[in-house]
Ligand binder design. Sequence first.
Ligand code: SR1
Ligand code: MG
Length: 406
Amino acid sequence: MSHEYEFLTEANIGEYITAHPELQQRIDGSALAEIREIGDGNLNLVFHVRDAAGRSLILKQALPYVRMTGEGWPMTPDRARREAESLVAHHAISPDLVVEVVKYDHDRYILALEDLSDHRVWRGALNDGECHDGVAIELGRYVAGVAVGTSVLGQSRGEVADTAARSQNAELCVITEDLVFTEPVFDIGRNAVLPENEADAAALAADATFATAMSEAKWRFMTRAEALIHGDLHTGSVMVRGSGRRGEATESVKVFDSEFAFYGPVAFDIGALFANYAFAAARARAQGDDERAAWALSLIEQTWTGFEEAYLAAAATWHETKLFDDAFARRRVAEILRESALFAAAKMARRIVGAAKVADIETLEPALRAPAARSVLVAARALAAEWTDITSISGIRTTLRTHLLP
Ligand code: SR1
Ligand code: MG
């Protein structure tokens, strides 16, 4: 099928770089030594490009369809613009924690990004048994920076209105609304589980309390335009650099892949992280490493502490401190905590029964995968049953520990 713009290929990347001065000054397109397609996500083409002098760059191109399924699921390539603009906005707030955008090409939906090939994707590192201490707290700080810096707490009403208008991202939000909230309960034929987990998926779908919680989650996701959230902040959207050994500080943490960014609820990003820590814990448990599983669950508190401290510290000087005073900030924190539990429950269930899964669970051999998947579903249902009563972060960890590490 022909498309309205040319896709990047190994054959045309050199020419593409030489035609764009901002890229050519970072890397010599006429003397490329290596081009590798490294995309392992569900949506895009991603190339790592290196020249003969060793300089490198990432080129990421949005396809007009979902890569995971092919051309039968069309998807606006303009999502790449949302990604570019949100990365730039987030980088302005937390330059150390967000990948740098070198250039965005509106005509071919190509993002040129700083090369992070001395980093690795955190999910892969976690699945290999690495730790990367300090990442979880930094991610909490990153979410707090976004929560304040892109909202009316940190910007003028007019700035937020303009950015929110540019950041409408309906097509990608609909993916989330369907895959994360609706389809775990109402399968439209995209769900899949191991035969051993069919009864678990059926029990989830029949759980009226879970369905009620998902209605609240979906409503909040669709209506709470709080800040320019990342929108898909799982451990595969984070790059890390460092030894990965327990007790050794991580050298660098970089958030990337924010094509799902839109003005939404801050807790959605925190809940995504919590869910992914739960997957890491379930994996460790399945592999017989309870100590590592407990460590993975301790990341929940680290991310929360990073978020809460940075959020409350910002409250002293944010845009409006009369009505939006310290007590207001604390009420917001309490609500974000509860909603984080709610969104974590949604994210946990969708990665087990839904269309897009996670390697943490999928790469376990079936005999280990089925009980691990079951434990995540049971934990998700428990969290969804109690999210309105959550008053402390330890409550979330305790619930997850009870069901993931019985
Ligand atoms: C069709 S896209 C499937 C999933 O991949 C992304 O990472 C998002 O989580 C989305 O839901
Ligand atoms: Mg992604």
